[in-house]
Design a protein around this ligand. Structure first.
Ligand code: ATP
Ligand code: ZN
Length: 292
């Protein structure tokens, strides 16, 4: 790898995506050193730098080639893509954290059956306008930048369009969710052009490691004892698993030890079915890393 070709990734400096973004990159093996300004992290063991910024700035930084990649919510990305002259970015990988939805909500006591002619307060005017146009709803979009949930109480609007994850903020503000307009999660993005050739090697390495981390998070290593003649039935209970390894047990001809990696979460109900099929001494272990 060329010494001066460092891959730069923009991540959120402070907020809901920060910790998970850093944790993901650390699980990919990056040993991060922070700079004095705390605007940068530099990986000491790989040619990768992190730039810590507001999430809304990430698309511009990628477009202006200050960064090669960014980690950002699909909601912010689509809002900017839908802006006038907005450009489309490449979604390299869905990352599975920062899950939320962009929803329209109105006061609980509201009895209005349609949004026609109503005012909707939001920080996502482009996404909301697109949704309203596509659904032929003639409502007025009120663009406000923070604390959207108080707009109905201030009589600024009859409804809001904001991010929801647990629904607690809506509940606290006496609002009910009436429609979901976008499901969102964190995504690794890049510009639509290819990564420059001198950074390709580290880019490929990072993507392979991210794949490994994401797959390992979902996967479990399962060990148990089972009657030899039940193995075929038991395999069917473990969808998403690799071919099991069968190991003989000392001084026992009927039962064997089975080791298997399942690529899907393993629920209690699965263990109960395994037990009913004759398995015993069942252990489920987390998988830390994976590579194929
Ligand atoms: P910044 O200072 O970086 O602009 P912010 O206030 O825009 O921060 P956060 O509230 O930290 O951003 O949210 C960042 C992202 O986290 C959101 O854009 C969204 O993708 C995701 N997210 C997940 N759950 C929620 C939620 N309940 N409310 C808001 N954002 C959420
Ligand atoms: Zn933001």
């Amino acid at each position: 790898m060329q010494a001066n070709a460092r891959l730069t990734i923009a991540i959120q400096k402070k907020g809901r995506l920060s910790e998970d973004s850093i944790a993901l990159l650390q699980r990919c093996g990056l040993k991060l050193l922070s700079s004095k300004s705390s605007l940068f992290y530099s990986a000491e063991n790989l040619p990768i730098d992190l730039l810590l910024v507001r999430d809304d700035d990430i698309p511009t930084l990628i477009r202006d080639k200050v960064c090669d990649l960014g980690i950002i919510g699909e909601n912010v990305l689509q809002e900017q893509e839908n802006a006038e002259n907005g450009e489309v970015f490449d979604r390299v990988k869905l990352l599975g954290f920062g899950r939320c939805r962009l929803s329209i909500a109105c006061p609980k006591e509201s009895t209005v059956s349609s949004l026609q002619g109503k005012r909707i307060a939001t920080s996502y005017p482009n996404l909301l306008n697109k949704y309203l146009n596509e659904n032929n709803i003639d409502a007025k979009v009120i663009n406000i930048s923070g604390s959207v949930e108080i707009a109905p109480r201030l009589k600024m609007s009859e409804a809001i369009c904001d991010l929801v994850s647990t629904g607690r903020t809506l509940e606290e503000n006496n609002l009910k969710e009436v429609m979901v307009i976008l499901q969102s999660q964190a995504v690794l993005v890049k510009a639509s052009e290819a990564i420059s050739p001198e950074k390709m090697e580290v880019y490929d390495l990072l993507l392979r490691r991210i794949d490994g981390v994401l797959q390992a998070q979902e996967s479990k290593y399962i060990l148990f004892h089972a009657p030899k003649n039940a193995i075929n039935d038991i395999k069917k209970l473990l969808p998403g698993s690799e071919a099991p390894t069968i190991v003989p047990l000392a001084e026992c001809n009927e039962r064997v030890a089975v080791h298997v990696v399942s690529r899907e979460g393993v629920f209690w109900s699965t263990l109960e079915k395994l037990r009913a099929a004759g398995a015993s001494a069942i252990l489920v272990l987390p998988v830390e890393k994976m590579m194929f």
